[in-house]
Design a protein around this ligand. Sequence first.
Ligand code: DQA
Length: 149
Amino acid sequence: MTNTLFVLNGPNLNMLGLREPGIYGSTTLNDIRDMCLEKAASMGWTVDFRQSNHEGVLIDWIHEAREKSRGIIINPAAYTHTSVALQDAIRAVSLPVIEVHLSNIHARESFRHHSYVSPAALGVICGLNAKGYTVAIEALVEHLEKSQA
Ligand code: DQA
């Protein structure tokens, strides 16, 4: 199995840089992709970085990850708070998953405090902006390398 991680991004994250900059800052999704590729490469890994506005596409990609990656980092965006199907997909593939949010969802509106994804995740990172993605890559690679040693 190749040393590949899937990094999946949910709805509206293609709008980063333009979208509510007071909350999400000026970093674009392309900037985050570049940071992820660089971080993974520095650890000898590769990243397959994707974004979709469609729940079913994200579910198909989680299924695809079973064959093509060793773990998943996912920012499910608004589907975090609504999608039982995403939790079921994660449980179905039994890969380690780290859930990432740019903002601190617990410091925002109460409807963002609950995540359907977190119970199926290895870990959750929120509130560190784009840095959360590279922290997640480091943690997931270390977890995988330790479990295969
Ligand atoms: C988000 C937080 C979600 O509540 C929101 O719906 C998003 C982005 C984040 O990265 O902070 O779209 O996942």
